[in-house]
Design a protein around this ligand. Sequence first.
Ligand code: ADE
Length: 241
Amino acid sequence: MIFDILTIFPSMFSSPLREGMIGKARERDLIQVRVHNIRDFAFDKHHMTDDRPFGGGEGMVMKPEPIVGALRAIEAGGPEARCILLTPQGRLFSQEIARGLSKLSRIVLICGRYEGVDERVAQHFTDDQISIGDYVLTGGELAAMVIVDAVARLIPGVLGNVGSALEDSFTQPVLEHPQYTRPRDFEGMGVPPVLLCGNHETIRRWRRGQALKRTSLRRPDLFAALELSAEDRQLLEEIET
Ligand code: ADE
């Protein structure tokens, strides 16, 4: 999988994508992340990447020529590549979208800045527009990192433990149960005794009950969509009493 990232702040990507699982996946060549400076494709005297909006108004708009110049230089228009603009106007990113993207061989991410990107770029040179949440960032760079991270960890071999990607929250639409590790007593706070009982079935039931309870409290939207089994109902009832 190749990620091509177009940005005017390439150095923002150097450290985050060198660490942890993503760093290891790059070292092992499971993924490639190539960062391209949009300014390198701005050929006017001052290498301008933005300009004032037609029609007036606050802020600056990213010019089309440098972005499209960069897309052409990296041959982003080929059948292999999915070209995505990061913008708060995009469709909302989700685990399902990440799963879809993880099956592609090349993803091009365009990081918008300022008040936005010239609409002609969005309309004619991208396949998709994605937002990572209903809040406004100063640019698409952090959003691009979120997408690289969420997509890369779904690529076979990237995570050490394949099971952990499968069991994650949102693969199943319930939040995860609480986790504890040593020490058994941390500053007077203990661990639920059931986790120390050694009975796998008892532990599985407790975890499922906790996951359901947590989902109902924190994410009523997800909980409402769940199809609860008879056991689920029983576990919830046991927690309530
Ligand atoms: N750029 C600015 N805000 C953003 C968001 N929420 N998602 C994606 N790109 C953005």
